[in-house]
Design a binder for this molecule. Structure first.
Ligand SMILES: N=c1c2ncn([C@@H]3O[C@H](COP(=O)(O)OP(=O)(O)OP(=O)(O)O)[C@@H](O)[C@H]3O)c2ncn1[C@@H]1O[C@H](COP(=O)(O)O)[C@@H](O)[C@H]1O
Length: 111
C-alpha cells in the first residue's frame, strides 16, 4: 500500500474517533471550513520553506500539506480515489495542450 493510500485509510478510520484522541477527528468535528483553513495554513508554510530552499523542512511541510489536503477532501466527501480518477483522466495530456484548448473554448482569453 502506498503512503497516500495508507494515510487515507487512517483518516477514514478516524472519522468516528474521539476528538480527544485523534487530531483527524478533532479537525473533522470542526467542519469543512476549518479543515480548509488549516490546509491553507499548511500550504503557506510549505511555500515559505520552498522559497527558503531547505529540502528537509520542505519535505516535512509537504507531508503536513498532503495530510491536511486529505482531511479537507474527507470533510467534503471527496475520496482519494476520486482525485486519482481525475489525475488518470488527465494522463498523457500536456498541460500546455489543455491550456490551449481552454483558450480556444473561451475565445482567445489568456491566463
Ligand atoms: N500525517 C499526519 C499529520 N500531519 C500533521 N498532523 C498534525 O497536524 C497538527 C498541526 O497542528 P498545528 O497547526 O498546531 O501545528 P503546526 O503546523 O506545527 O503549527 P505551529 O505549532 O507551528 O503553529 C499537529 O498536531 C500535527 O501532529 C498530523 N496528524 C496526523 N497524521 C496522520 O494521521 C494519522 C491519524 O492521526 P490521529 O487522527 O491524530 O489519530 C496518524 O497516524 C498520522 O499518520
Amino acid at each position: 500500500m502506498d503512503a497516500l493510500t495508507r494515510l487515507w485509510t487512517e483518516i477514514e478510520a478516524r472519522r468516528d474517533a474521539s476528538p480527544d484522541e485523534s487530531w483527524t477527528a478533532r479537525l473533522l468535528s470542526k467542519g469543512p471550513e476549518k479543515c480548509a483553513e488549516k490546509f491553507g495554513e499548511e500550504a503557506v508554510e510549505a511555500i515559505i520553506e520552498a522559497v527558503r530552499g531547505d529540502p528537509e523542512r520542505l519535505t516535512s511541510e509537504a507531508a503536513d500539506v498532503l495530510y491536511h489536503l486529505l482531511v479537507m477532501l474527507a470533510a467534503r466527501g471527496v475520496t482519494l480515489d476520486d482525485v486519482a480518477r481525475e489525475l488518470d483522466a488527465r494522463a498523457g495530456r500536456s498541460g500546455l495542450e489543455e491550456k490551449a484548448a481552454r483558450r480556444d473554448e473561451s475565445g482567445g482569453a489568456t491566463g
